[in-house]
Ligand binder design. Structure first.
Ligand SMILES: Cc1cc2nc3c(=O)[nH]c(=O)nc-3n(C[C@H](O)[C@H](O)[C@H](O)COP(=O)(O)OP(=O)(O)OC[C@H]3O[C@@H](n4cnc5c(N)ncnc54)[C@H](O)[C@@H]3O)c2cc1C
Length: 405
């Protein structure tokens, strides 16, 4: 029997790992967080947490700490149909939340330390040994250390090497879209409202997320048809010009905008692991599932993963069994959200005659009755999601009833 110094070792110290580590340490577990960066910089990541993700942050005991330090409440959203108050219209009765991602990472790692976790920065994990007694190899200053634990929690993000080391096979749903982001100042617009608007004719989606101190994260999703790419700061002019095409709300707000950080684009395809637990290794956050950023669900999913894995481990002394329970639940909530995102992509982004025909049927009905749009992006994966929800969204319910009349 090996004497272990840690119950849990995490690969990475991003949102998923630090939220999980803080919560487990608060529950008396010996947690080690290994993060390769000594200082976080702007990597162009998510900075808008949906209502249901804020509820997960509350469950994890980090919501107040975030609002007291780096986060701004965003109670309003405009998706091209006018301002909507999320506190009044979501089951959670909460606002969304925004922050500058590197600041949030610092706050949550400090929170994990305060809760009793050990955090080592500048340490790169180089391999994982899965099994009944899992361990990993960590490199620091040219030397390597093997660290065993009861469970390894890999949270090393969208490019996760850990999932390969641990023998997981990623599933992929390639998409002909990219998603770009850049931090701006001088944007005119409300400081308490997020804007996410699709322009289906052009396959564009624009987003503006205010985050306090006159900072705004601007996003643009666009087709990967080769007509332009948005990588590198010299492409800011193209980013702003393409954003203005999304709709009238983007026409004026960028007139005085100045760049505060890098401009980067990412592949919008979905990559996920079915059943993200095996042999003493659990995957959480984007290591377990990278969802299309166009729909802004990644951080809520990461927080859900942290909470569900925590509850499974605290509820069962057999951590192998608990790991499998986490993975079963992950499959359910991830696939529910993924399905809704696929529906939305088909109606709001896809190009070509078939997509145009779908829109001709659905859009006039949606404009008449906005409740036809599934609200899972804010209300979360537990909202009803069956054939009738799908048919109402695509406007097929009236077609079906007309056919049967
Ligand atoms: C352009 C863009 C826009 C997005 N917009 C939104 C949005 O509006 N809303 C939303 O909810 N989500 C959004 N997302 C998704 C969101 O950013 C992710 O879901 C979230 O950052 C995932 O957190 P994570 O902790 O899993 O991974 P990460 O944030 O990537 O953290 C992983 C950490 O692991 C560390 N690491 C990696 N490898 C190693 C190693 N070998 N050893 C030690 N440390 C390691 C890294 O340094 C990093 O700190 C967006 C993503 C992109 C790309």
């Amino acid at each position: 029997m090996i004497s272990l110094s840690f119950d849990i070792v995490t690969v990475g110290g991003g949102l998923a790992a630090s939220a999980f580590a803080a919560s487990m340490a608060r529950n008396g577990m010996r947690v080690l967080v290994l993060e390769k960066e000594t200082q976080f910089k702007d990597r162009v990541r998510g900075e808008f947490v949906a209502t249901w993700g804020v509820a997960e942050a509350r469950e994890l005991g980090i919501e107040t700490q975030l609002f007291n330090t780096c986060a701004t409440p965003i109670p309003w959203i405009d998706m091209g149909f006018g301002p909507r108050n999320l506190v009044e219209t979501t089951p959670q009765q909460l606002p969304c939340m925004s922050f500058f991602h590197p600041e949030m990472q610092e706050v949550l790692l400090a929170e994990a330390e305060r809760a009793g976790a050990e955090v080592r920065r500048g340490v790169t994990v180089t391999s994982i040994q899965p099994g009944a007694n899992p361990s990993l190899l960590a490199a620091i200053n040219g030397s390597e250390e093997r660290i065993p634990a009861r469970i390894i929690v890999a949270a090393d993000g969208r490019g996760s090497a850990a999932r390969k080391w641990a023998g997981f096979s990623p599933q992929r749903n390639a998409q002909p879209f990219h998603f770009a982001g850049v931090l701006l100042t001088g944007v005119s617009g409300r400081k308490d409202m997020g804007t996410f608007v699709f322009n289906p004719e052009l396959g564009l989606v624009g987003g503006i997320v205010p985050q306090g101190n006159d900072r705004f994260r601007a996003y643009l999703g666009y087709p990967t048809d080769g007509s332009f790419t948005l990588q590198g700061s010299e492409k800011l002019g193209t980013f702003l010009a393409e954003s203005r095409k999304v709709g009238p709300m983007f026409a004026d707000c960028y007139a005085q905008a100045k760049r505060l950080g890098p401009l980067a684009s990412f592949d919008a395809g979905d990559v996920w692991i079915d059943h993200p637990y095996r042999d003493g290794v659990a995957l959480i956050g984007e290591a377990g599932a990278t969802s299309d950023p166009s729909f802004g669900q990644g951080m809520s999913l990461s927080l859900r993963d942290a909470r569900v894995l925590r509850d499974a481990l605290l509820g069962d002394s057999d951590w192998d069994q608990a790991g499998h329970l986490y993975a079963e639940q992950h499959d359910i909530y991830f696939h529910r959200l993924h399905t809704v995102c696929v529906w939305m992509r088909k109606l709001f982004q896809e190009q070509g005659p078939e997509a145009d025909a779908r829109r001709q049927t659905a859009m006039p009905r949606i404009v008449d009755d906005l409740s036809r749009v599934p609200d899972h992006l804010f209300g979360g994966p537990e909202l009803p999601m069956d054939e009738s929800v799908r048919a109402r969204f695509f406007g097929e319910d009236r077609l079906n009833s007309a056919k049967s009349a």
